[in-house]
Design a protein around this ligand. Sequence first.
Ligand code: ZN
Ligand code: ZN
Length: 345
Amino acid sequence: MDVTEETRVLHPSRQELISDLSGIVNDYPYADPEPTLAGLAADAAGAIGRDGTPEARRERAGYTILLHATSWYLASRVHSASLFEAYIRALDGLRSGPAGASCACADGAHLERLGGEYQVEAGVSMLTRAGWAEFTEDYDLDEEDSAAFTCERLLADLADEAVGELSAARNQTFGDIDVSHLDAQFVREDGSLDIVAAQESIRRTWEDNTGPVALWSARRLLSGRVRDDERIGLHLCLWMGVAQSYAGLPPSYTRDIAAALATVDLDVACAHPRHPWSSVPSKTKARYSAVVHLYAPDDHPDTPVPAELSDRGLWECPVQYAELTRKVLDDLRKWRTARGVDGED
Ligand SMILES: [Zn+2]
Ligand SMILES: [Zn+2]
């Protein structure tokens, strides 16, 4: 056993680790991938600075290759602020070569052209002397081939690529999303809001606008720059943006949405038997028609809301606001549970 093996967080056999990580890079994990990736990041961090021997250099390279191979999964499937940090810190620590260094490897010698599963097998094998011996024999690698696996240029490129991908994913998931460009689309020159334009934007499903419109509506509500007659329209845009974000929205969106909803009084009562939104079928077209009719009835005469429920006072009843808000809060709760989001959320 190599010296460092005893201190590792992950200590299944070489074959087990290859199998666990291959499942992850193939998007078909056999077990909960989060603890495995966290263990990998911790073990990689432990290898930082170990540099004195060829074995230590190979181990460091192995971890770089493994973090690179699994980073796409982390970026797109796992929403964990602490794991993003751990990966980025480990990748930065593992790199030692200068950025943009040239290398003397033969064309095609770098493993980056090969698939994730091969990277996993190579990376895991590089962690132990015995594993590496087996790997080089299995793939019939000569000394020159082997050297390409610890090429500083290759490792710097892999680390750069993974860090770039993870930083972008971290920002998208936890960072500050800028939706100020929507002002130009939804705010008229006199400062009033164009609710119909916001609805049109949600309707263009191919542009993936539900999250941005919900976030923009939430920020507008929080800013207080809302006229009385615009308030219900903004709430409905927020509601639809959330209800129609079927894959869920990350904390970068839900933070401000939750803050806007926190301003709504949920402890309210009224004597109305029903409110308008409860009469709208849960189809995107029907919701759209109801809102655009409310703001531009001449241009959009069709609405699913019956005449007896279309009174403006019913639309703006505090109980309807509370009903809308409870539904959105419920969606946010479900997303949190489904994603197991940690960190600042
Ligand atoms: Zn090279
Ligand atoms: Zn009411």
